[in-house]
Ligand binder design. Structure first.
Ligand code: DC
Length: 203
């Protein structure tokens, strides 16, 4: 079965956690597309041209730990507004989605642009305060010395940039199912996502 599941949403909404759990449960491959933009953002911080970086990106650069920092996140959001960067990353994402055996892709434009034909589309969201709280706890856990206000400002700034860019802005696809994780546990959010997948694949 070659089902494609598109999971979009703003920064720190829980979409990554839900995506990993769904992929593991159904035995599907998972691509965190934010890592592609983060890898290009990393290269921008290193002084490279972002379009060139996107065109020459190597899967070996997608090192989660190194790319999960606030400065890389901001750089990712900036390069993500460049149409040539998005275009350069398109084929890789579409090829991943088309692989046999099923795929889960999470990002900002999966249901709207990358995989408009996806069998299941979810839009995972939560209030900015709650998302910033989760991201802050994550960063502190990693040993980073950063205050909550900085994380909240970072999340709000990225949301605004990601939602207002002209090319593939962050928005739910018309046929996406909304999952607001503000008052949900991880288990509840995953259960809601699984219910959607089961409904689409069983019926
Ligand atoms: O999901 P994330 O926080 O790792 O994403 C980092 C940035 O990359 C995000 O602020 C916007 C951009 N992005 C995008 O424009 N489109 C995607 N499909 C995924 C991420």
């Amino acid at each position: 079965m070659g089902m494609t599941i598109a999971i979009d949403g703003p920064a720190a909404s829980g979409k990554g956690t839900v995506s990993r759990a769904i992929a593991a449960h159904y035995g599907f491959a998972h691509l965190d597309t934010g890592l592609l933009y983060r890898a290009v953002g990393r290269r921008l911080l290193d002084g490279q041209d972002p379009v060139e970086a996107a065109r020459t990106l190597d899967a070996g650069e997608l090192d989660e730990d190194a790319l999960r920092t606030p400065d890389v996140a901001q750089a990712a959001s900036k390069v993500a507004a460049i149409p040539e960067v998005r275009q350069a990353l398109l084929d890789f994402q579409r090829a991943f989605a088309a692989r046999a055996g099923g795929a889960v892709l999470d990002g900002r434009d999966i249901g709207t642009v990358i995989c408009p034909e996806a069998e299941v589309k979810l839009f995972v969201t939560a209030s900015a305060e709650i998302r910033a709280k989760r991201r802050h706890a994550e960063l502190v856990d990693k040993g980073m010395d950063i205050d909550f206000a900085t994380v909240l400002a970072d999340v709000e700034q990225r949301d605004a940039r990601d939602m207002t860019r002209a090319d593939a802005p962050l928005r739910p696809a018309d046929d996406a199912v909304l999952i607001d994780t503000s008052v949900m546990s991880i288990a509840q959010a995953v259960a809601a996502a699984r219910a959607e997948v089961d409904a689409r694949s069983g019926g």
